[in-house]
Design a binder for this molecule. Sequence first.
Ligand SMILES: Cc1cc2nc3c(=O)[nH]c(=O)nc-3n(C[C@H](O)[C@H](O)[C@H](O)COP(=O)(O)O)c2cc1C
Length: 212
Amino acid sequence: MSKILVVHGSPRGDRSTSRRLAEGFLKTWQGLHPEAQVTRREVGRALIPAVNEAFVAAAFYPEPAARPLPMQADLAFSDQLVDELFNHDRLLISTPMYNFSVPSGLKAWVDQIVRLGLTFDHTLDNGVAQYTPLLQGKKALIVTSRGGFGFGPGGELQALNHADPWLRTALGFVGINDVAVVAAEGEESAERTFAVSVAEAEQHLLELARVF
Ligand SMILES: Cc1cc2nc3c(=O)[nH]c(=O)nc-3n(C[C@H](O)[C@H](O)[C@H](O)COP(=O)(O)O)c2cc1C
């Protein structure tokens, strides 16, 4: 049975384009996988803690098996998010582009799930750091919306896009390499121009639902 984890990054609710597109995709996908289990993890409208000093000390404690109880408590929420990710074979992330990157809640979620010894490992090879991803067999879909145009592959602003390409890098770092991206662009352009981009994204998502 498929299990899909839905992570919404927009602080906006019903007015969010990325959230609406992702929920539309989910509806179609659920129609094709009626037995699937869906879990929603809100990171845009709920506070995901930023990494702080206690988190760093606990996460990188040299002997994880002997981590003192207070440190275990500092990692409890992160452990929960990591377990949640492990327990699903599909990941659907919706996010707007914010200042060329993603909203801080989604960044905070990524910081909570990239965990030494849990989702990636670090070893030294002749003094040089080697990183091993620890997640396997997962598929991800990123649904994103942007105010401007041209941030996609081949677009004239592609080099300024640190949103979905960064997310793809972070997911790959923990072992999620099968990642599709669907974007709507131009919310800050004329209504009709944006509507065309949204319709194209919807069509792309309909096609992806069959193979996701
Ligand atoms: C704080 C903030 C920063 C934004 N930064 C960018 C940006 O860097 N590039 C861009 O194209 N649009 C930017 N936008 C516009 C949003 O990406 C756009 O409105 C998007 O469709 C919002 O997605 P949502 O409806 O899912 O929340 C920004 C909007 C806000 C509120």
